[in-house]
Ligand binder design. Structure first.
Ligand code: MTE
Ligand code: MO
Length: 267
């Protein structure tokens, strides 16, 4: 007789283990260093549980042993039931006062070294796998709101459109991590607000190029047509109304870092 339910349900045992690992802040994203970034493309199409595709949960224990590379410090932020979601207060309107024609909006992507800038319509971003998550937006001033977001993973964006690697090829974190640029900078139309990100945080599975909040297209005050949602950082890095995205090897300028906040602003 076996009274251990876990022995009869290895999946469930694995899941428990994953939960423990997650609680212990293991490097979930490090899985990507096993699979390569292309692996994300496959992973994201798997069924989701608490925002984590199941293959990701299965290989987490490998990850615990092999944690290294870009995702060393990453972990998943908690997710919440949909009923907890609220429309957050509008906080921060820097860079949103430019005259702005949403009908003509394109996301401009600039890459150093002889690669021409590229432009992406919102449809190109919506064509990527849609990711929904209910996570906390934490302002560095001390408040937080739980929000239901929808958008595309930044990691899917650069993988699908072959961005962010010096060679110009599709990023392959598993085999060619050094090919990736070290930093990303995002700025509003006209450059009034700008944030810098380390590549590891940009590639975190809960970092979204977000176009919907609580089931509605983003309002202008919340960053229409496209904003960043990045759960490993405070609100200040969740830039609203992105116009330009840049890959860089030097630590990019950051609006609030220039005014005395920590450049990383992780939490
Ligand atoms: N363009 C722009 N994005 C911004 C800000 C800003 O002033 N301008 N403020 C940031 C801060 S401090 C926070 S807390 C969040 C708030 O997002 P919300 O207004 O959607 O609640 O937006 C961030 N993104
Ligand atoms: Mo904030």
């Amino acid at each position: 007789m076996n009274h251990n339910p876990q022995a009869q349900r290895p999946e469930s045992a694995a899941e428990d283990k994953i939960r423990r690992l997650t609680r212990r802040s293991f490097a979930v994203g490090g899985v990507a260093s096993l699979l390569g970034l292309g692996g994300w493309y496959w992973l994201r199409s798997r069924s989701q549980d608490a925002g984590i595709p199941w293959p990701l949960r299965r290989v987490l224990d490998f990850n615990a042993r092999l944690a290294q590379g870009y995702f060393k410090e990453t972990r998943l932020a908690p997710t919440f039931p949909l009923e907890r979601a609220r429309v957050p207060r509008v906080n921060g309107e820097i860079g949103l006062d430019e005259v702005f024609d949403s009908a003509r909006w394109k996301l401009r992507v600039e890459t150093p070294v002889r690669q021409a800038a590229r432009e992406f319509s919102l449809d190109k971003i919506k064509a990527l796998p849609r990711v929904e998550m209910v996570t906390e937006l934490k302002c560095i001033e001390g408040w937080s709101d739980v929000v239901y977001w929808a958008g595309a993973r930044f990691a899917d964006f650069i993988t699908e459109y072959r961005l962010g690697a010096r060679s110009g090829e599709a990023p392959d974190l598993g085999r060619r991590p050094a090919d990736l640029f070290d930093y990303v900078q995002l700025e509003t139309p006209g450059g009034g607000y700008y944030v810098g990100l380390d590549m590891a945080s940009a590639l975190h599975p809960q970092t979204l190029l977000c176009y919907e909040m609580n089931g509605q297209p983003l309002s202008p005050a919340h960053g229409a047509p496209l904003r960043l949602v990045i759960t490993v950082k405070y609100g200040i890095k969740n830039i609203k109304r992105i116009s330009t995205l840049r890959f860089l090897d030097q630590r990019p300028a950051d609006y609030w870092a220039e005014r005395g906040y920590d450049w990383y602003s992780g939490h």
